[in-house]
Design a protein around this ligand. Structure first.
Ligand code: ADP
Ligand code: MG
Length: 224
């Protein structure tokens, strides 16, 4: 679940962003839409507890984020949040399997190869476990990054522009994979995108979704 009220964020040398209130039930899907620069990635970072909001309240997976201390925030995030960033950030020197093991170490857990295999299998990439990221296609790398994001069975999955640079078929597949993974794990799914194909792909699945539309910021409008 994700619940916010009066949420805003002011970048020190940047725009003041304010966000509509949301109340997303556990297991639901939320689509965060809006033009580039309107604050989608910022909203995801706030929900992930990566930075504190300038104002407002935010509760994610039953955790009021204002109550998180810096020290406990990392451990909470590792357990509760599965983040699929726009840039995948797979470590080039490590194999696929080692990249996933890193997520377990980061959460203070022992390496669990059976769980890693299970997560890779669920996304159809178990046979790629020993490859390096450079030996993967774009679509394969995204599956691996998603397997890593959901390895610890997070309550909330956050995906930032998951269809950027994908062709139409691959974009539909990426959305279906995210949705299937979230459903299987009972996770709340938030997708931030400026790509109209994502809404269309979600509509095809018949999934009931909550949409949040963000407006372009004044600075962005000035640049147009
Ligand atoms: P989106 O993901 O919707 O494209 P972002 O959340 O990345 O938008 O950015 C929202 C606004 O905040 C933009 O105007 C962007 O230029 C600005 N911004 C993002 N990061 C910073 C930063 N670190 N410092 C100052 N301004 C920033
Ligand atoms: Mg963004």
């Amino acid at each position: 679940m994700i619940r916010s009220s009066n949420l805003s964020y002011q970048y020190p040398n940047g725009p003041a962003l304010s966000f509509p209130d949301v109340d997303v039930a556990q297991g639901a899907v939320v689509l965060l839409r809006g033009p580039s620069g309107c604050g989608k990635s910022t909203w995801l970072a706030l929900v992930a507890g990566l930075m504190p909001p300038s104002s407002g309240d935010l509760t994610v997976a039953e955790q009021p984020l204002s109550a998180l201390k810096t020290l406990t925030a990392d451990a909470w995030r590792a357990q509760a949040i599965g983040f699929l960033p726009q840039k995948l950030h797979l470590s080039a020197a490590l194999s696929v399997q080692q990249n996933l093991a890193m997520a377990q170490w980061a959460a203070g857990q022992a390496e669990d190869l059976a769980r890693i295999r299970e997560a890779l299998s669920a996304l159809g990439v178990a046979e790629l476990a020993q490859r390096k990221p450079a030996q993967l296609s774009g679509g394969q790398a995204q599956r691996v990054a998603l397997a890593r994001a959901v390895l610890l069975k997070p309550r909330v999955i956050l995906a930032d522009e998951p269809t950027a640079s994908l062709d139409d078929d691959a974009a539909n597949e990426a959305v279906a994979l995210l949705l299937g993974t979230a459903r299987r794990q009972g996770a709340t799914l938030a997708i931030a995108t400026h790509d109209a194909r994502v809404a269309a792909a979600l509509a095809l699945t018949g999934e009931k979704i909550c949409q949040i539309g963000l407006q372009a910021t004044k600075d962005v409008l000035k640049q147009l």
